[in-house]
Design a protein around this ligand. Structure first.
Ligand code: NDP
Length: 248
């Protein structure tokens, strides 16, 4: 089956980690990929490496106008949008007693509003096409709660609720929705933790070695995204939950 070929896919958070690995995989499989993230230089290097079927636009997902501009750019370039992959996210950690309101707001703006901005920008286009798939990166953290992670977990619970609501609301319009929920993945996400002690504790998980069975690689998540996209239209993969084999 070759269902990904020539599909137009927008990926946010494409400048590193899961988004970058997914962009590479989908381009290898023949998709036309439009990358979005804030670090434009990283996007440029990646786009240059991946060739003609890749373009990019600097995008801060917390700003609706920028997400809309990314979606419009993809539509102008390719004439349609088959898949929006809302993947951008950050993971600041900290105890509620520390009261870091700024970091709570930032997480909500990026992890939750980023997804809502994406859905809002792309839905009218997909409704007109009567076709489209919206994927969001959720997390095992959207199913359980850890100390020092309540707000991050809360954002991922919320994304799960939003995506399920989207599935129910749009099931007759030809628009499908999928969440991909990984456990620990070795990426740069650890650099957003913002608490040295917690970051130290997580370092082993993010070291890029799979021997311990405690860590996934970005490509493991990218494979799940490809699986969801490659389904025929009558099949919706509502969620793929992927744990490293040795994760508790
Ligand atoms: P990375 O830090 O490697 O990637 C995060 C991406 O999000 C980067 O490309 C970053 O780009 C982008 N990003 C962050 N803020 C914004 C913003 N405001 N606007 C646009 N892009 C933004 O980490 P991962 O690949 O691990 O993270 C991807 C997703 O996976 C996140 O949603 C994360 O919550 C989720 N996840 C990760 C897990 C893990 O263990 N790594 C486990 C479960 C879920 P830039 O800074 O250039 O904007």
């Amino acid at each position: 089956m070759d269902m990904i070929k020539d599909k137009v896919v927008i990926i946010t958070g494409a400048s590193s980690g899961i988004g970058e690995a997914t962009a590479k995989l989908l381009v290898e499989q023949g998709a036309k990929v439009v990358l979005g993230a804030r670090r434009e230089e990283r996007l440029k290097v990646l786009a240059d490496k991946l060739g003609n079927n890749v373009s990019y636009k600097k995008t801060d997902v917390s700003k609706f106008d920028e997400v809309k501009a990314l979606v419009d750019y993809a539509l102008d370039t390719h004439g349609r949008i088959d898949v929006l992959y809302n993947n951008a996210g950050i993971m600041p950690q900290g105890y509620l007693r520390e009261g870091n309101l700024k970091s709570y707001q930032e997480m909500i703006d990026i992890n939750v509003m980023g997804v809502l901005n994406g859905i809002t920008a792309v839905l009218p286009i997909m409704r007109e096409q009567k076709d489209g798939l919206i994927i969001s990166t959720d997390s095992v953290a959207g199913h359980v709660v850890y100390p020092a992670s309540a707000v991050y977990n809360g954002t991922k619970f919320m994304v799960r609720a939003i995506m399920e609501g989207l599935r129910q609301e749009e099931r007759e319009s030809g628009i499908r929705s999928t969440i991909v929920s990984p456990g620990a993945v070795s990426t740069e996400l650890i650099s957003t933790v913002g608490n040295n002690d917690i970051e130290k504790g997580l370092t082993d998980l993010f070291d890029g070695s799979t021997e311990s069975g405690l860590t996934l690689l970005p490509i493991d998540v990218a494979n799940a995204v490809l699986y969801a996209i490659n389904q025929p239209k009558h099949v919706t993969i509502s969620e793929v939950l992927i744990r490293p084999s040795n994760q508790s």
